[in-house]
Design a protein around this ligand. Sequence first.
Ligand code: ZN
Ligand code: ZN
Length: 440
Amino acid sequence: MYKKITRFSRLSALTLNLVNGIKERVFKELLKGSFYGVKMRNKIRASLIKIDQAVDLPIALDSIQNCIFPGFCDVHVHFREPGFSYKETIKTGSLAAARGGYTTVFTMPNLNPVPDSIEHLRQELSIIENDAVIEVLPYGSITVEEKGEKLSDLESLSKNVVAFSDDGKGIQSEDMMREAMLKAKALGKIIVAHCEDNSLLKGGYIHDGVYAKEHGHRGICSESEWGPIERDLRLAKETGCAYHVCHISCKESVELIRKAKAEGVDVTCETAPHYLLLDENDLKEDGKFKMNPPLRGKEDKEALIEGIKDGTIDMIATDHAPHSEEEKAKGLEGSAFGIVGLETAFPLLYTGLVKTEIISLEKLIDLLSINPRKRFGIEEDEEDYTVWNLEEEYEINPDDFASMGKATPFEGKKVFGKCLMTVCHGQTVFMEDDFSDINE
Ligand SMILES: [Zn+2]
Ligand SMILES: [Zn+2]
């Protein structure tokens, strides 16, 4: 059955383009389950439809190459404002998100001031109000200044934040985490945790594996991540708090979360595109390969892909973490942790996981769009969507990014999938140049 959702009224060129444009193979993917697709009404009009079950196509679609998806939702980005606008601003970050097909993002609180009280949060909220081109929802910090010592004013923050996180830092004290979970549970909010045990870091900055040993680098062991996850899963079970783990990168984390889910713990988790597509064997002596957690071993990458396939990993977030050129120019040891990701996530994942038939296109849309909204209670807006040409191949070139951050380990990589347009709450927030020419 077709359920008509919305009609393109102001975009006749889009519809014209669509008439010439979804390949049968793509449409087959669309037909597999509950999915959004395009229904031709006549030569110049199309409707965005939801396909609930396999159906026969109403008309012959010869060579249509464009595809419409519900807008992507990234639960983990750093837009650096207020405090670090030399790295990124809410304006440039949200433009980058729109260009990557995102209509909703959640911003992490490692800012200045840290949104640990309603007064501090207000600064971020007012910039969002003025500058954001898509829906930008801030996290409140779990602890004051993300120091892990004293709870933020969770109660007063609660109504204005999507959830609570101290991303960038792990909460070291078990008692502190328990207190946070109890409070968050009472407020009906999710605790979103960057899991990192500082006592195990020992000055490390890449994975404590073969590459680090061979090249004389200090490594970060996997236990610094899975140790705190193990602790938090126990606490989540004890308190009944809804718990979400940020950017998991190693096989032990996948296994712990798989087990906790089977035991009924209210846990979800994310990983990022780079952990699924790269491992330590891809490392180069270049700051653009440095992020936290680090690229792990090949067996970790494979375990993450298994976690994606069996549903242990619920969503893919970018951990978009822009820095200045200078901050990223100091090699593996000296550069800041973090890479950009909003403008490359879909093409990388489509090329690396869907075209290679590791996962279906529908599964990828679940990971990027459907599951994050479900977990965090963000309503799907029928007027949030993004249009992609899945056939076009091109090279990733950071000079093209709308983000102020240019550091990505995928620079120069050939990918498929070009974003043509993104619409947020009915407003066109990104349109590709060539595409807008056609539109005139
Ligand atoms: Zn983090
Ligand atoms: Zn982060």
